[in-house]
Design a binder for this molecule. Structure first.
Ligand code: 2AM
Length: 176
């Protein structure tokens, strides 16, 4: 890959208050899952995984992302569960708003216009809580975490000896 190429993805990044609410809501499930808990600073909801992005493509992408139009929305994180095959435990919204799916559609179009070919795997919104997790029983939260989403982020993913490091690089506001 050319110099300056980085592994990037687009994500929603919770602020400290939402991270703390997730920590409380998920504490029991995280314990039960054993495995490797995602450090609080790494918690995110992936919107679109981009893979290796050269600098020139990143510039083109940034220009497209600035043109995305989507109203802010609220996510109600009310479900804890797991993907047994990838061995992760997650928290997720059981009824994601239509605006979230519209946002992802626009991001996919922006990525394609910038020359990327993002995966076509269906979007399944979740925040990974634990990796190498045992299966956790599905759970509906009596007290869901409410997350007012106002921006989306371009994030760098680095693989380090002690695990993944995610660095939010730049945000764009949600505005209709
Ligand atoms: P995960 O949390 O469900 O494992 C950075 O790696 C983020 O992008 C993670 O949230 C990860 O999802 C997601 N991700 C990694 N590789 C991916 C891929 N090939 N397709 C879609 N999402 C991916």
């Amino acid at each position: 890959s050319s110099p300056g190429t980085e592994r990037l993805f687009l994500a929603l990044w919770p602020d400290g208050a939402v991270r703390e609410a997730v920590r409380r809501a998920a504490a029991e499930a995280v314990r039960a899952a054993r495995g490797r808990p995602v450090p609080p600073d790494n918690l995110h909801l992936t919107l679109l995984f981009l893979g290796a992005v050269p600098p020139a493509v990143r510039e083109a992408l940034a220009a497209r992302l600035a043109a995305v139009r989507c109203a802010p929305f609220e996510l109600v994180l009310d479900r804890i569960g797991g993907f047994p095959r990838s061995r992760v435990a997650w928290i997720a919204p059981s009824r994601p708003p239509a605006a979230l799916h519209r946002l992802v559609g626009q991001l996919r179009a922006a990525a394609e216009e910038a020359g990327l070919a993002p995966e076509r795997r269906p979007f399944s919104p979740h925040l990974t809580l634990v990796r190498k997790a045992r299966p956790v029983p599905a759970q509906v939260l009596a007290r869901p975490v409410r997350w007012g989403v106002r921006r989306f982020w371009l994030v760098r993913s680095q693989t380090l000896p002690d695990g993944a490091r995610y660095t939010p690089l730049r945000a764009w506001p949600l505005a209709a």
